[in-house]
Design a protein around this ligand. Structure first.
Ligand SMILES: Nc1ncnc2c1ncn2[C@@H]1O[C@H](COP(=O)(O)OP(=O)(O)O)[C@@H](O)[C@H]1O
Ligand SMILES: [Mg+2]
Length: 378
């Protein structure tokens, strides 16, 4: 959905005005529809992440954008040019994959110089250019090291410098951080963001890691089953997911299956296990009687002791803690509401020190606001 709530305007009329324009693209292998239908535009200098579970078609879409594989249907334009018309060695695209494919017998500097030599760049200017890009990835002074003398993170940086040194129009990243441990991965995510902002290079990144997508991107394309589920800025994808898949894939969401009781504009009342819960409609197919699911984020659910209560919230239920998991910066509670037997709700408490803490078995009040119960048709 677009920000104004109108149906998603994923493409402009003119593919020449976008840095990348994907138009009605599909990729079919035998009876596997790896990409069923995809269209979007990306403006120059933007950082887009294609986010989705394994097998959703991310790599297939990226390979078509790179021009490695021709789509079964549709066309892709880079700077207004159909990709398939340009031979691979003439394409100004830098790439980093999970397997870095650095040349192990070469030094860091020789690796970074390689694309310049391939492109017959003026040999006298190569050392300066290589040094500039090693500096950019914070490897100044490491040019003489061989690949095996560098740490995993440093090798990543060499791969980034090599992908960028010839100043491509487009940078494509296919899960380059997936193999790194968490701390290094998070550090490199911030590095990608910094370098991309510094150079202003149009970037398409592929990941299954929702946190990475939220952290690094200007825009996110969420994919599932070979279809784009939503294209939105990170904040919008998180706060206003277009459908239940996106709500489930990004963030931690409690789903309450039920039926629509009544609707007035965006305001709904839904029946869940004999309760009547107020919520907000996402989309139009939510007439009374329709099967639906109410979705509330774990951080939008409040809990309090029974005595303190939760006045001011639109929905308040009595519940019992079934589990409490200390995660350092937050406590994750699992709560069973008395009136929703068999349904475990997850609740984040981000300020455990300031709050009373509850152990398993404790009776609590739990609640949320109607605007935070997003209702999707099922
Ligand atoms: N060359 C191929 N031949 C047949 N099926 C393929 C090929 N490449 C990908 N697929 C299938 O297409 C689907 C999407 O794959 P892929 O784009 O690699 O997903 P992702 O990168 O999101 O994990 C998967 O079901 C995969 O098995
Ligand atoms: Mg992949």
């Amino acid at each position: 959905m677009a920000r104004d709530g109108s149906p998603a305007a994923l493409t402009n009329a003119d593919p020449a005005s976008a840095a990348v324009s994907v138009r009605d693209v599909a990729m079919i292998y035998g009876d596997v529809h790896a990409v069923r239908q995809a269209s979007f535009d990306l403006a120059k200098g933007r950082f887009l992440t294609i986010l989705g579970p394994s097998g959703s078609g991310k790599t297939t879409l990226l390979r078509m954008i790179a021009g490695f594989d021709a789509p079964s249907r549709g066309e892709i334009f880079i700077n207004g040019q159909p990709v398939s018309a340009v031979p691979p060695h003439r394409r100004a695209i830098g790439m980093v994959f999970q397997k870095l494919a650095l040349f192990p017998h070469m030094t860091a500097a020789e690796n970074v110089a390689f694309p310049l030599k391939m492109r017959r760049f003026d040999a006298r200017q190569i050392p300066d250019r290589v040094e500039r890009y090693l500096d950019l990835v914070r490897l100044g002074g490491y040019g003489g090291r061989r690949v095996h003398e560098l740490s995993g993170g440093q090798q990543q940086r060499v791969a980034i410098a090599r992908a960028l040194v010839f100043e491509p129009d487009l940078l494509l990243l296919d899960e380059p951080l997936a193999a790194l441990d968490r701390k290094l991965r998070e550090e490199m995510q911030l590095e990608f963001r910094r370098i991309q902002k510094e150079l202003g290079v149009t970037t398409i990144n592929v990941t299954h890691d929702q946190r990475e997508a939220l952290v690094v991107s200007d825009e996110i394309v969420v994919m599932d089953g070979g279809l784009i589920q939503q294209k939105a800025a990170p904040v919008e994808a998180y706060r206003a997911p277009a459908n239940a898949f996106v709500a489930n894939f990004i963030g931690v969401t409690n789903f309450l299956p039920g039926r629509v009781l009544s609707r007035t504009g965006p305001d709904l009342s839904i029946a869940v296990a004999g309760l009547s819960l107020p919520g907000r409609a996402v989309g139009d197919a939510l007439d009374p009687g329709r099967a639906c699911a109410g979705a509330v984020r774990a951080e939008q659910v409040r809990i309090a002791s029974v005595d303190a209560g939760l006045s001011g919230l639109d929905t308040v239920l009595a519940g019992r803690i079934t589990d409490a998991i200390f995660e350092g910066e937050r406590v994750v509670y699992e709560v069973e509401a008395e009136s929703l037997p068999g349904q475990r709700l997850r609740v984040f408490d981000h300020d455990p020190e300031g709050h009373a803490q509850f152990g398993p078995g404790a009776c609590v009040a739990l609640g949320w606001n109607a605007r935070d119960l997003h209702v999707f048709s099922q």
